[in-house]
Design a protein around this ligand. Structure first.
Ligand SMILES: [Zn+2]
Length: 276
């Protein structure tokens, strides 16, 4: 599943491809992609509107239109955008199409069928349930050491699961949580509220270090003229993980074997010696 760095990559690529373009018409081919609107209403809210900004909040891509609406897109497992010419055929699993005046069209393809779209009034964007509870963006001033210290001390959960909670810390997925904790020397089994002082500072810093590393790596992906943000599902494989997916292999710091445990039905990788 794309995590924050990959969604950031697709957002930037989409901005380069379709920002400022007018949607002449739209077609929702798979109604469950946008369960809150009927296909006709979905098309009506987009027709004639120009895309005036493309941003990201958490793992949501926000396409703000000049008609007062914003299209929220969540790629989930496998959603991807194609920018096609009139001569190109729609790919298999095309679930929504946005037609531009010059004949090109943006097609949302989703092999796994988990993607989601929603059109909301831009004025109410941050009150929508998808966005209202999200923690501050990890690179914003709001996500401060003080903020982190405050929410840590109020949580009895183990730190690994705490990091995955998007209402506490935004943008840290399963892979990045293991890596962040390793870099911070914190055991994934430690209770959030028992983390104090310098460890909080390290954790705060390393959330940003790990996410920046991944974002920088996605910038090395050669852009594809058709598939917007192509390569993004392989971005994880560009990373040289320190502990993630390295069970039994040597810890890069102390050479002890990396351990894998299950936490909340997901795998956590860590070094029992380096992480206390
Ligand atoms: Zn180690």
């Amino acid at each position: 599943m794309p995590e924050l760095p990959e969604v950031e990559h697709v957002t930037n690529a989409l901005r380069g491809a379709v920002l400022g373009r007018a949607i002449e018409n739209a077609s929702l081919l798979r109604p469950r992609l946008a369960p809150d609107s009927k296909p006709a209403a979905f098309a009506k809210k987009l027709a004639g509107a120009t895309i005036q900004s493309i941003t990201r909040r958490g793992k949501h891509i926000l396409l703000e239109l000049d008609n007062g609406n914003t299209l929220i897109v969540h790629l989930r497992m496998s959603g991807r955008f194609h920018l096609l010419n009139p001569d190109d055929e729609d790919p298999k699993f095309s679930h929504a199409i946005f037609y531009f005046a010059d004949g090109e069209r943006l097609v949302f393809q989703d092999q796994r069928h988990f993607g989601l779209m929603k059109i909301v009034k831009t004025k109410q964007l941050h009150e929508t349930k998808e966005l209202s509870k999200l923690a501050p963006e990890p690179f914003s001033d709001e996500f401060s050491v003080e903020y982190l210290a405050d929410i840590l001390k109020r949580s009895n959960r183990v730190i690994k699961e705490f990091l995955l909670d998007q209402t506490k810390v935004c943008g840290v997925g399963n892979i990045y949580a293991s890596e962040t904790l390793f870099l911070s020397g914190i055991s994934p089994r430690k209770r959030a509220k028992s983390i104090r002082g310098k460890s909080i500072e390290k954790l705060h810093q390393n959330v940003r270090v790990i996410l920046s590393e991944a974002i920088d790596l996605t910038k090395t992906i050669v852009p594809d003229p058709v598939i917007i943000g192509e390569g993004v599902y392989g971005a994880g494989s560009l990373m040289r993980w320190r502990v993630y997916d390295r069970e039994g292999k040597e810890c890069p710091e102390c050479s002890s074997p990396i351990k894998r445990i299950r936490q909340g039905a997901r795998s956590t990788y860590f070094c029992a010696k380096c992480q206390r």
